[in-house]
Design a protein around this ligand. Structure first.
Ligand code: DGP
Length: 113
């Protein structure tokens, strides 16, 4: 597992910064977002550090976070939810450890705006 000492989400994986976990296994960690944008807002990350969607070439990471999002939905018995990946500061990425947002519990407009 690759970790970065100054990465907030690597610290959550390591347990040195507290988070409300939904689940964790050897590959991924899922935890509630501290600034929720929906009644249910969970972040799913690979335990291995990778900065962003664009900077990742490992298809295993993609599979892990998307399968992890499905696991969260099933664990929380959600059937309607939105998955979001922000890539780059201009698109709203503020933490540079690739993560999938899973949001649910309210209507979502499309186009998102
Ligand atoms: P993004 O903007 O796409 O990089 O999403 C980062 C999310 O991370 C944002 O919605 C807020 C959340 N976040 C930031 N710091 C913490 C933290 O210390 N704990 C938790 N649980 N979430 C955090």
């Amino acid at each position: 597992m690759t970790t970065l000492e100054n990465c907030l989400f690597c610290k959550i994986v390591a347990g040195t910064i507290p988070a409300q976990l939904v689940f964790q296994d050897e590959d991924i960690t899922a935890f509630y977002d501290v600034n929720p944008q929906a009644p249910v807002h969970v972040l799913i990350i690979a335990n291995t550090h990778t900065a962003s969607h664009l900077e990742t070439d490992d298809p295993t990471i993609y599979a892990q976070v998307l399968a992890g999002a499905k696991k969260v939905a099933q664990q929380l018995t959600l059937t309607d939810y939105r998955l979001v990946i922000n890539n780059g500061a201009g698109a709203g990425q503020s933490v540079f450890h690739l993560h999938v947002h899973l949001m649910a519990g309210r209507p979502f407009a499309w186009p998102a705006g």
